[in-house]
Design a protein. Structure first.
Length: 319
């Protein structure tokens, strides 16, 4: 005898006409009730929500409120409305900080992705000591950014000029970190040196997911190595390129420790990022003004994140 499970959702015959005007008789419509969420899930979620609210949401709201005053970090204050925000758009130091940060983030993202993808292709090839080489390339990722910055500061300020002077290379006899036009290049190179390993891991994961049979078939068809990269590898790892671009851009917008260790924002303010401008202002009597700058930077970051999210959705990539 056939039995019917008690868990099966009830079904009924639909009558009338369907969306296209055809008769709907004979079409089974199954309605399923949404299973209620267990209370345990809410209990586990509650501590995370409470901590996020206490340490992220409430301080952010308090900071936004402070940005509407003339508070300097201590003493009395007065409500001044949007005066701090109005000054932001006319402050040349703020404009230069935003220009440097956005330009630095774009250039570093491009450099990191190009170098990381090239290294991933090499480390994924059939070479000797592949595992050992992967470990060597991952070392910069586990070293503190401020330590890396101080080491490269010494190299670029002392060792490189001394070597260039002995070899007669006049262009490098002076530290590029002391040159207002070239200091940004040192910041980009050192930041990329530390950021390449994390992007390299993602690219290696993408390359390992590509079936080897695809390359074998392409080789049988006479495709060159460049043709295989352009027609097979690059399209199949395009989603990983998007992931590295989004994560890298987010991290480079908040650049701080490497810049402090390399140039301290100098020469002058040539390499001062938005994050460094905000932190410096907190201790120099511009508390409310830099809090307004922080709110504005948050808005800019959200806009960029939304644009990146649209790109991710179009590519069908899940983070």
């Amino acid at each position: 005898m056939a039995t019917t499970s008690s868990r099966q959702a009830p079904a009924r015959r639909a009558s009338g006409t369907g969306p296209d005007g055809a008769a709907g008789d004979g079409v089974a419509v199954v309605r399923q009730r949404r299973k209620p969420v267990d209370l345990t899930f809410h209990l586990f979620l509650l501590p995370a929500v409470a901590l996020f609210t206490a340490f992220i949401t409430l301080p952010a709201l308090a900071g936004a409120a402070v940005s509407l005053t003339n508070y300097v970090g201590y003493g009395d204050w007065e409500f001044i409305g949007l005066a701090n925000y109005a000054v932001l758009f006319t402050d040349p130091n703020i404009r230069s900080a935003y220009a440097f940060t956005l330009g630095f983030a774009v250039v570093t993202v491009v450099l990191v992705n190009v170098v990381a993808l090239a290294l991933a292709l090499g480390l994924n090839a059939r070479i000797k000591f592949k595992t050992a080489l992967r470990g060597v390339f991952f070392i910069p990722m586990v070293v503190s950014g401020i330590v890396i910055a101080f080491v490269f500061n010494y190299l670029l300020s002392s060792s490189v000029p001394a070597i260039a002077s002995s070899l007669g290379i006049t262009g490098l006899e002076e530290s590029i970190l002391a040159n207002p036009d070239l200091a940004w290049l040192g910041v980009v190179l050192v930041t990329a040196w530390q950021a390449v390993p994390s992007a390299l891991i993602i690219y290696l994961a993408g390359l390992l997911a590509v079936p080897e049979e695809v390359y074998e078939a392409a080789a049988l068809d006479g495709a060159s190595a460049w043709r295989q990269f352009a027609s097979i590898t690059l399209p199949l790892v395009a989603g990983y390129v998007v992931i590295n671009t989004v994560l890298g851009f987010k991290n480079f917008l908040n650049a701080y420790d490497i810049i402090v260790g390399l140039t301290d924002g100098g020469p002058g303010t040539a390499t001062r990022s938005v994050a460094m401008t905000i932190f410096t202002g907190f201790t120099s009597g511009d508390y409310a003004y830099q809090m307004a700058n922080a709110v504005m930077f948050f808005v800019v970051t959200v806009v960029i994140s939304v644009l990146q999210l649209q790109i991710i959705r179009r590519r069908g990539v899940s983070l």
